[in-house]
Design a protein around this ligand. Structure first.
Ligand SMILES: Nc1nc2c(ncn2[C@@H]2O[C@H](COP(=O)(O)OP(=O)(O)OP(=O)(O)O)[C@@H](O)[C@H]2O)c(=O)[nH]1
Ligand SMILES: [Mg+2]
Length: 370
């Protein structure tokens, strides 16, 4: 007898991006769409087409009305099941779009949250993702009852006189409260470990940077560790800290952290503050960039902007231009702000530049200590 393989059907998706003229360009829109394409595949969709537009001014339908007609036409002909937008949509825009298009509408934030929830392994990681998801869901509740069932909201728990949405909101608020309480417990253990290290006058290094830039592989090579380093977005969600000897006597700690991405949802940054705590308290940040990426400059800028949001723009940094085995162009010296003490080129894969990186870490640690 032949066994039939069951295949979960992937939803056919149409990707949509737009931006205001002068603030972006067609090239940037296309780069962002190619990232959205990756994100949607990671989330389990089947992206088959992309539509983009540079707008003169913002629209309350996200994209111009002409384009909406074009999208509707495309949906009909190609039987598209979900439309994915490249920015976070406010709840009312999302509603308007769903009404106009007649199919499911998802935004970039929801996709990123979905991937994070797939990757979360530890108790703390799961709590943080659930918190971000609940915060995202709260203002978008109308007509989302199916989502709530997944959140474990009990049916029949409705109080007297409450509408369905009020009940949903109450359930989610309760859940947010419980998650926050759970996170407090995990955080206090972490804080006491960190205080111990800080009291010992040890320099703390933290790897930060765009997702898929090679942070975990560099970490593994520097401290002979074996954490997951994989060609996919957001391999690392949890922070790992290890001791690293910079010379025979002096040692520091080094942490590997969650990667960043363009248009990283604010709610995720907020929820992941406890995971990012190691980076927030680092004495030196090791900013890793995939130097072989065409848009590496934009990636550096994105990461610098997120560091700024976290109040880390003034922390001493070293830029690690990684993946140089993939490029043929001559290496350039980049103009960076004064918080960057050095820039090093590496190939974590081949092992190039790792000795220079170690010397640079030792130098920087001495500068920071004095
Ligand atoms: N060719 C080449 N590939 C590299 C290099 N460094 C890392 N990679 C590959 O790039 C991919 C991503 O590496 P990771 O170490 O997982 O990147 P990361 O920055 O930790 O990514 P996140 O955890 O998602 O933020 C993996 O497939 C690595 O093997 C390098 O120097 N050269
Ligand atoms: Mg990683």
């Amino acid at each position: 007898m032949k066994l039939h393989k069951t295949k979960i059907k992937k939803e056919k998706a149409l990707l949509v991006a737009c931006a205001i003229k002068g603030k972006s360009s067609i090239k940037k829109l296309k780069e962002s769409l190619s990232e959205l394409n990756n994100l949607s595949i990671s989330a389990g969709a089947d992206p088959i087409y992309e539509i983009y537009q540079l707008l003169q001014k913002p629209q309350n339908t996200y994209i111009g009305l002409g384009k909406i007609s074009e999208i509707k036409e495309y949906i009909k002909i190609h039987e598209i099941e979900v439309c994915i937008f490249d920015d976070e949509l406010n709840p009312s825009t999302q509603k308007v779009l769903e009404n106009k298009l007649g199919i499911k509408v998802i935004d970039r934030t929801a996709l990123i949250l979905d991937i994070f929830s797939k990757r979360a392994q530890t108790h703390e990681g799961k709590l943080q993702v659930e918190l971000a998801q609940s915060e995202y869901l709260l203002p978008r509740l109308a007509g989302q009852w199916s989502h709530l069932e997944r959140l474990g909201g009990g049916i029949g728990t409705r109080g007297p006189g409450e509408t369905q949405i009020e009940t949903d909101r109450r359930l989610i608020r309760g859940k947010i409260k419980r998650i926050k309480a759970g996170m407090k417990k995990v955080e206090s253990t972490r804080t006491s470990q960190r205080t111990k290290r800080m009291n010992n006058n040890i320099i703390n290094l933290s790897l930060v940077g765009y997702t898929n830039s090679g942070k975990s592989l560099i970490f593994n090579k520097l401290v002979k560790s074996n954490i997951l380093s994989k060609n996919q977005l957001f391999s690392t969600l949890d922070t790992t800290t290890r001791k690293i000897f910079l010379d025979e006597e002096i040692y520091s700690t080094i942490s590997d952290t969650v990667g960043f991405i363009n248009k990283l949802p604010t709610i995720l940054v907020e929820s992941f503050k406890s995971t990012l705590e190691e980076a927030i308290n680092a004495d030196i940040l090791l900013h890793v960039v995939d130097y072989s990426a065409e848009d590496f400059n934009e990636k550096i800028e994105t990461v610098d902007n997120i560091l700024f949001e976290l109040g880390l723009n003034k922390v001493p940094k070293i830029l690690i231009k990684n993946k140089i085995d993939l490029i043929e162009k001559p290496l350039e010296y980049l103009e960076l702000d004064e918080s960057y003490l050095a820039q090093i080129t590496t190939s974590a894969k081949v092992g190039t530049g790792l000795n220079e990186l170690r010397s640079s870490l030792l130098n920087a640690s001495q500068i920071v200590k004095n």
